[in-house]
Design a protein. Structure first.
Length: 319
C-alpha cells in the first residue's frame, strides 16, 4: 500500500466484540486494494481492543488507535485527525459492506471529480432486508442540505467524501454529541459549495438487531441534548422561508423524544415552546405524534400516563 491511500475507512469501536469481525472482514474483502482501515478503540471495556490489535498484526491496511472513552463523535474525529486517504468514508462496527463498495464509490468520485458521492443502503432486520433509496432531487449542495435535514439519511457511512473538503470548510465532528454527529458533519459540509454525485446502488448494510448498546435506537437525555444543539446550530446559520417547515418538523421530533423520555412537564412544554400551538393542531399524525400532542394539553400526570400507554401499545404491536 502506498503512503497516501486513495480511501480511508474510519470505524469507531466500542463494546463491539460480538460483531466487529464481520465488519472488518467485509472491509478487508474489498475488490479495491488501495485503502486503509482505521479502527478507533474508544476505551472499550470488552475484548474489542484486542480484536483490533489482532487485525493490525495480520494486515498492514489496518491501523489501530486506542483512546480514552469520549463517545462516538470524538472517536470519529480522532480517526479524521489520523487519516491519510484522498477520500474518507465511515463504517460502524455492527454493520457490514458489499465487497465492491470502495471500488465503485471511488471510481464514481474520480470519474466525476466529485467531492461527495452518495449511495443507497440496506436496512437489515432478523427476517428481512429493506433497500433504502437515497437519491437527492437535485445534486446542488443547497438542495442536498435541505434534504439531509428531512428525508435523506445523515450518515457518513453511505457517503464517500474528499478529505480536503473537511479541511477547506473547517468541518469536524462536534464535541459531546452522542447522536446526529454524522448528520451534523454532512450538513456542515453542504453549507458550502460541493460537487456532489449520486450512485444508484446499495453497498452498506445497517444491522438493526445485533447492537443493543446503540444510542441511535434508545432515547437518552444525552441524545436529546445533542439533537437540540444540532437544531440550534443550523437554525442560526440557515435562513429562508423554505426552512421554516423543516425546522418545525425537527423540533416536533425533539418534542416526541422528550415525551418518550418522560421529562418533567414544564421541561416538555418549554422545549421549543414557540411551536406548541401549531404542533398541537398540526403535528405529525403518527401514533407517537398524536400521543405527544395530547400530552402537551395535559399536565405532568397525563404526560407520564400517555408515555407509559404509548410504550405498552408499541410493545403489543412489536410482539
Amino acid at each position: 500500500m502506498k503512503l497516501t491511500p486513495s480511501v480511508s475507512v474510519i470505524v469507531p469501536v466500542y463494546k463491539a466484540e460480538d460483531y466487529l469481525k464481520r465488519c472488518v472482514d467485509s472491509l478487508l474483502s474489498q475488490t479495491f486494494q488501495d485503502f486503509e482501515i482505521l479502527l478507533i478503540d474508544d476505551g472499550s471495556p470488552d475484548y474489542s481492543g484486542a480484536i483490533c490489535d489482532d487485525y493490525e498484526r495480520k494486515n498492514d491496511r489496518v491501523k489501530v488507535f486506542h483512546k480514552q472513552n469520549g463517545g462516538v463523535s470524538s472517536a470519529r474525529q480522532y480517526g479524521m485527525d489520523h487519516v491519510k486517504g484522498e477520500y474518507v468514508i465511515h463504517a460502524d462496527p455492527d454493520d457490514w459492506v458489499e465487497p465492491n463498495m470502495l471500488e465503485e464509490l471511488y471510481k464514481k468520485a474520480k470519474d466525476e471529480d466529485a467531492d461527495m458521492v452518495i449511495c443507497d443502503y440496506y436496512m437489515n432486520y432478523e427476517n428481512k432486508q429493506i433497500y433504502k433509496k437515497q437519491e437527492p432531487s437535485s445534486l446542488d449542495h443547497r438542495t442536498v442540505l435541505k434534504e439531509l435535514l428531512q428525508q435523506l439519511h445523515g450518515s457518513c457511512c453511505n457517503k464517500l467524501v474528499r478529505r480536503a473538503c473537511y479541511n477547506d470548510t473547517g468541518t469536524s465532528f462536534p464535541e459531546g454529541f452522542t447522536l446526529w454527529e454524522d448528520r451534523f458533519v454532512c450538513c456542515s459540509l453542504c453549507l458550502t459549495e460541493l460537487k456532489i454525485t449520486y450512485l444508484n446502488k446499495a453497498y452498506y448494510h445497517y444491522d438493526r438487531i445485533s447492537n443493543t448498546n446503540s444510542l441511535a435506537r434508545i432515547p437518552t437525555m444525552a441524545g436529546l441534548e445533542s439533537c437540540i444543539r444540532f437544531i440550534d446550530y443550523f437554525e442560526s446559520r440557515i435562513t429562508g422561508q423554505e426552512y421554516q417547515r423543516i425546522f418545525f418538523d425537527l423540533k416536533g421530533h425533539i418534542k416526541e423524544a422528550a415525551f418518550l423520555l418522560k421529562v418533567p412537564y414544564a421541561t416538555f412544554w418549554n422545549l421549543y415552546k414557540e411551536i406548541n400551538p401549531r404542533y398541537i393542531y398540526h403535528g405529525k399524525n403518527t401514533v407517537l405524534g398524536l400521543f405527544t400532542r395530547l400530552a402537551l394539553i395535559g399536565n405532568n400526570r397525563t404526560l407520564k400516563l400517555l408515555s407509559n400507554s404509548y410504550v405498552s401499545i408499541k410493545k403489543l404491536f412489536v410482539n
